[in-house]
Design a protein around this ligand. Structure first.
Ligand SMILES: [Zn+2]
Length: 259
């Protein structure tokens, strides 16, 4: 559910993909680990280590910004963000199958919260922190970790759509890896599937960018409301397109935006 390592140069070399479904997390205990403190934002709750209180307040402010951005496009979310002291603790809190499963990550989403990996998070740029936090909180808001009917290009693309909304970053810069391919005349012939999002894939950056651009295409041509309606629906019902027509329209959009 996260953002892959080395994915976008613009975010300053980040993060791997979790890929693996994470266990649904238990209710937040009063004190999740010894020495943890709770910092409340305007509409968010951050739990972290006392030693990094300034960082927790900053995180709460970012979580509040992310909450507003998500509310404007999707709907309400009440961010709960855990900021443990080590990446190993983060893996445990997220119910990951092991530290190796979270290597290179900056944050990941469970059903009802976001767990930040302090090592990966520290390597992010300022804008990268906002994008990653928003991306993961979108997964919480939409219930992406509960699995189900939403194709992966849509759940990942939509999380990035909201994550990058309002950042003012240029599309060719954010999707630099895919833009290089498109400029070289190479276009993907189908939307990415779950296998393409598997950790370690050579085209992982491009796969996320393809998904992001598919969502931007829907919003540009049919409106942002249509993109939201697409969740839990399909392109035929929502957009009146066959799968082939949708793919062709997306490819045209890639050419127009990135070439
Ligand atoms: Zn994700």
């Amino acid at each position: 559910m996260s953002v892959p390592q080395g994915r976008r140069a613009v975010l300053a070399g980040m993060l791997a993909l979790t890929g693996a479904a994470l266990a649904a997390s238990a209710p937040l205990p009063a004190v999740p680990w010894p020495g943890a403190v709770v910092v409340r934002g305007e509409g968010s709750v951050v739990v972290g280590d006392r030693a990094v209180a300034g960082l927790l307040a900053d995180l709460a402010a970012r979580a509040d910004r992310a909450r507003r951005r998500i509310a404007a496009i999707w709907g309400p979310v009440r961010p709960v963000v855990l900021f443990p002291e080590t990446d190993a603790q983060a893996a445990v809190l997220a119910g990951a199958s092991g530290v190796a499963a979270t290597r290179g990550l900056a944050a990941l989403a469970t059903a009802d919260r976001v767990v930040v990996l302090p090592g990966g998070y520290a390597r992010l740029s300022e804008v990268g922190r906002d994008v990653v936090l928003t991306h993961e909180l979108v997964h919480v808001a939409t219930g992406a970790t509960r699995g189900g009917r939403v194709p992966m290009w849509l759940s990942e693309g939509f999380a990035d759509y909201v994550g990058y909304a309002g950042t003012g970053l240029d599309v060719r810069r954010v999707a630099a890896e895919l833009a290089r391919e498109v400029r070289a005349g190479v276009l993907p012939d189908r939307l990415p599937g779950p296998g393409d999002f598997a950790p370690g894939g050579a085209r992982l950056p491009q796969v996320y960018e393809e998904a992001w651009l598919a969502c931007r295409y829907v919003a540009a041509r049919f409106g942002e409301r249509a993109l939201v309606r697409l969740y839990g629906s399909d392109v035929g019902t929502t957009l009146g397109l066959t799968a082939a027509e949708f793919t062709a329209g997306w490819r045209d959009h890639l050419r127009k935006e990135l070439a």
